[in-house]
Design a protein around this ligand. Structure first.
Ligand SMILES: NC(=O)c1ccc[n+]([C@@H]2O[C@H](COP(=O)([O-])OP(=O)(O)OC[C@H]3O[C@@H](n4cnc5c(N)ncnc54)[C@H](OP(=O)(O)O)[C@@H]3O)[C@@H](O)[C@H]2O)c1
Length: 253
């Protein structure tokens, strides 16, 4: 018996990193998983991993910057599974630059993906989540929303906005059966990790030593364990929470 038996989970950004790890772990725990990202090859690789652990899912090509894609994602989910119980709102991008180098294109990209995409996903899926009841949304923000950081000004600001909006939303939606929580990851090794960190073992060692008291960078599974718990009935009394998973990075200078 899995901890997510009976759940129908939609995961944005399921084609790599944290989203893929969550998709596979959700499937292992019995959820049927709808993988939503843009790159079909990556989405299908996630599906293969889901099937390899004996799970079930589908891939729906989705760009969260397009409302029509989100409407299609909802329709395909309901046509396939008849309901949706769980939204893991995760698709995101990072632009890492000094403040004065940010331009309007960065602002638009980050707004459209990291804020409007989350907002549109919740607006589209909430009626179905309410209809089912006993459902949940987990939004992925970042420790960049919580601690001072250089070069992630717009990224951190939109992540903070997600954090705030999620906590506000519980007043309206938790009485209607939808729990909403936020996970704030610290530095996790994924495709989002800036090149100068990903390809530089010396920088990684320095980050491990100076940024993460636990002594290592995060792995996508570190986040997936919490995501499973938040999506499960074990977290039935958990809403409006911000869960920091960061090897202690938030507590460092
Ligand atoms: N890694 C970290 O250190 C870290 C720390 C804090 C927070 N986070 C957050 O964790 C989340 C996942 O990031 P990750 O680290 O797993 O990065 P990742 O490996 O780059 O994964 C990001 C996923 O989002 C998808 N995506 C990007 N733009 C999209 C769009 N417009 N529509 C649909 N899908 C889109 C990407 O796939 P396609 O390009 O195929 O669509 C990819 O599957 C992000 O919200 C990120 O901000 C990460």
């Amino acid at each position: 018996m899995g901890r997510l038996d009976g759940k129908i989970a939609v995961i944005t950004g399921a084609g790599s990193g944290i989203g893929r790890a969550v998709a596979v772990m959700f499937a292992k725990e019995g959820a049927k998983v709808v993988c939503a990202n843009r790159n079909e090859k990556d989405g299908n690789e996630t599906l293969e991993q889901i099937r390899a652990v004996g799970g079930e899912g589908i891939y729906v090509s989705t760009d969260v910057r397009k409302k029509s894609d989100i409407e299609n994602l909802l329709k395909v989910t309901l046509d396939t599974y008849g309901k949706v119980t769980t939204l893991f709102n995760n698709a995101g991008i990072l632009v890492h630059k000094p403040f004065l180098e940010h331009d309007d294109e960065d602002l638009a990209k980050l707004y459209e993906t990291n804020f409007r995409g989350y907002y549109w996903m919740m607006q589209a899926f909430l009626p179905a989540l309410i209809r089912h009841g006993h459902s949940s949304i987990t939004n992925v923000a970042s420790i960049s929303a919580m601690k001072p950081e250089s070069n992630a000004y717009l990224y951190g600001a939109f992540k903070a906005a997600i954090n705030k909006m999620t906590r506000d939303m519980i007043r309206e939606f938790s009485p209607q059966g939808v729990r909403l929580n936020v996970i704030c990851p610290g530095p996790v090794q994924t495709n989002l990790t800036p090149e100068w960190v990903r390809n530089n073992p010396e920088v990684q060692k320095q980050i491990q030593k100076e940024v993460c008291p636990v002594g290592r960078l995060g792995k996508p599974d570190d986040i997936a364990y919490a995501a499973v718990w938040l999506a499960s009935d074990e977290a039935d009394w958990v809403t409006g929470s911000t869960i920091v998973i960061d090897g202690g990075a938030c507590n460092m200078g």
